[in-house]
Design a protein around this ligand. Structure first.
Ligand code: ADP
Length: 653
């Protein structure tokens, strides 16, 4: 059997082997000499068959610096097969260096002794696969990143969703609140009986609620043109209101509107006082786009406040008329707000503030505790406190004050203020004291003549069977004098009470004053201690109540005798002064100090004379002044200490 002819040569085999799709090459030796390479491998290298027989490094210089040659040398030396997957290789393709990826196998074909015969290199270009794998990986990475982003976004979305749900809740709540506020507003508008209005600046027409329209005399369905609205405003208020509306609708004004005016609606002649409040709104061009507000009927309020003001005024007048001072005391600070009269009552400067401490200081020490107690008592029991006390004015004068006050409490029931009045009662206190003195004096004055009369009558009684001719006329004379004194005193008392009741009646006649003076005061002339000297107009006549004028003269002459016992001459002077007759009684007595002069004609007033006791009721000059006054005349006294006194009075001619 001859196999040889039928068997393929090594070259044939190699050719067949090299037909493989795979790039194939065979190398030998330490230098990696290319024994053969197929078309595909040559293509990879970018070479042709001419390189066969060359060391790989020389044939494909681009491989220098890449790991392949060393790897092949290693395979040659060790006989171990090396496999690579996706191995990058720098190759020159079409004159350009490019990286391609290869799956490759360096297989050592061994000699029987184990040394390497040759290396079979097969390679497949897997660049497309590798790159697509890489792209897939990249894509995967990207997808992963996107996924992550998506998941994050999702997370965010969940949060947003949650927030949205929450804001929706809030919105709903707000909406509810708004509805509620609107209802409340409407309720408030109704409760406050407010009129509401809204002016459209484009049309100059108002819309308003029914209440407002009724105030303006309009039916609910009627619109309100601006002129119509201003027409019903009281004429004296109209221009002011129009000006205020114009002002509010001007951007620079800020849009506020707050005014009071009176509406006189033709269908309701009773004027209605209203308070209008509103606000104008402007767009970004500062043009007014809306003007709306409310109207409040304040007629009652105004009336009440007017009534209150009037009442306060009346109260003030009454307080002033009665010289009543009023005050308000802050119980916490002790500060006081007072009327001027209050300060006047205490002799305190009007411009200076006053406190409770100051008042306490003015009150005489012996009254302070009592006043304090009364005040505390009133606070504890919410009662009016009343006190009368004496004060010492800064100038040293002493006065009597009557005070009344009532505490005021705050909401917690604590007394915070005290409101009260004071009144200067010095005069009535003085009168009271004079009256007391007077009663004592009157009783004393009456007692003396009555005692004398009593003893004279006792003596007369004793001698009634055997009257002594010497004693009898004396006793009768004494009794008569006592009776005279008693009846004069009683006459004075009666005169005073008559005068108090306004019952002093005059029966006037025409008489010559000089003649009346001649006949009066004979008792003085008879006693012979004093000379009554007439001076002046002998013919002057008056139309007056002769008896009453006689009484005045007697009084003045008696006083001269009583208080100027050492003045021998007593002058009676008659003269004309304008259209009055002036009659004066002049003595050369001790005179009267200036501080006493103004009081002489006051009821019960009696000046003290140190050391000397004069009897009297302090009524003579008072009665005289009342008689003169009733005639339309004046009375007065001129005196200087040590220079005598002149008492004068005038009567209309
Ligand atoms: P009475 O004499 O009863 O005291 P009058 O009213 O007559 O009351 O007088 C009042 C006071 O005026 C007297 O208390 C006295 O102090 C004073 N008086 C009146 N006349 C004189 C006088 N001629 N000279 C000095 N004092 C007088």
């Amino acid at each position: 059997m001859n196999y040889t002819s039928s068997r393929l040569s090594s070259d044939d085999l190699l050719d067949i082997l090299f037909l493989s799709e795979n790039a194939t090459a065979i190398y030998t030796g330490e230098n990696v000499v290319i024994q053969n390479a197929n078309e595909m491998m040559l293509q990879f290298w970018g070479k042709n068959k001419s390189i066969i027989g060359m060391p790989l490094e020389d044939a494909v210089p681009v491989l220098k610096g890449q790991p392949f040659i060393a790897m092949l040398q290693n395979v040659w030396r060790t006989g171990n097969t090396v496999e690579g997957i996706d191995a990058p290789a720098e190759l020159e393709i079409d004159g350009e260096l490019r990286t391609s990826y290869f799956d490759f196998l360096y297989r050592a074909i061994l000699n029987p002794d184990g040394t390497t015969r040759c290396i079979l290199h097969t390679a497949t270009d897997v660049t497309d696969r590798f790159l697509s794998q890489q792209r897939v990986a990249e894509m995967n990475e990207k997808v992963e990143a996107i996924n992550k982003e998506l998941s994050d976004a999702n997370q965010q979305l969940i949060v947003y969703n949650h927030d949205l749900a929450e804001s929706q809740d809030t919105l709903m709540q707000l909406n509810n609140n708004l509805t509620e506020s609107e209802t409340q507003l409407q309720f408030a508008i109704d409760a406050a009986s407010l009129g509401t209005w809204d002016l459209d600046p484009k049309t100059n027409k108002f819309s308003g609620n029914d209440r407002l329209k009724s105030w303006f005399g309009l039916r609910p369905e009627q619109e309100i043109p601006l002129e119509k609205a201003t027409d019903v405003i009281l004429e004296t208020d109209r221009l002011r209101v129009i000006a205020a509306i114009q002002q509010a609708m001007t951007y620079s004004s800020g849009g506020g509107y707050d005014i009071e005016y009176t509406i006189v609606n033709p269908e309701n002649p009773v004027p209605r006082i209203v308070k209008a409040k509103g606000k104008a709104l402007f767009n970004i061009d500062n043009q007014v786009i809306r003007f709306s507000g409310t109207l409040q009927d304040i007629t009652e309020e105004r009336r009440a406040s007017e009534a209150l003001t009037e009442m306060n005024q009346r109260l003030e007048i009454a307080l002033d008329a009665g010289n009543l001072g009023s005050y308000e005391l802050d119980l916490e600070t002790g500060n006081m707000v007072t009327t001027d009269q209050y300060k006047l009552n205490l002799g305190w400067p009007l411009s200076k503030p006053l406190s409770l401490a100051d008042v306490t200081e003015i009150i005489k020490p012996e009254y302070r505790k009592h006043v304090d107690k009364q005040r505390k008592n009133a606070i504890d029991h919410n009662t009016v406190y009343n006190a009368e006390y004496e004060i010492t004015l800064p100038d040293g004068t002493e006065r009597w004050i009557s005070a009344a006050a009532k505490p005021r409490y705050n909401k917690e029931g604590r007394a915070t203020r005290m409101v009260g009045v004071t009144y200067d009662i010095t005069e009535s206190k003085t009168n009271e004291r004079r009256k007391d003195d007077f009663i004592t004096i009157a009783s004393h004055e009456l007692k003396t003549p009555i005692t004398t009369l009593k003893s004279s009558l006792q003596l007369l009684n004793r001698m009634k069977d055997d009257p002594s001719p010497k004693m009898l006329p004396k006793l009768i004379e004494q009794s008569n004098r006592s009776m005279e004194k008693i009846s004069t005193l009683i006459e004075d008392l009666l005169n005073v009470s008559r005068m108090n009741e306004g019952q002093l009646h005059l029966s006037k006649s025409k008489f010559t004053i000089a003649e009346m003076l001649n006949q009066c005061c004979n008792h003085i002339r008879v006693a012979g201690k004093h000379d009554l000297i007439f001076e002046g107009d002998k013919d002057l006549q008056v139309f007056a109540d002769e008896h009453r004028i006689d009484q005045v003269i007697i009084n003045l002459v008696n006083n001269a005798v009583k208080y100027a016992p050492n003045s021998r001459e007593i002058y009676l002077i008659v003269e004309t002064e304008g259209n009055m007759a002036k009659i004066s009684v002049k003595d050369n007595g001790p005179g009267i100090t200036p501080d006493k002069l103004p009081h002489l004609f006051t009821r019960y007033y009696r000046a003290d004379y140190s050391g000397i006791q004069y009897s009297g009721l302090g009524l003579g000059l008072y009665i005289s002044s009342e008689i003169v006054r009733k005639h339309g005349g004046k009375i007065g006294a001129v005196s200087e200490l040590g220079r005598g006194s002149t008492f004068w009075f005038t009567l209309p001619l």
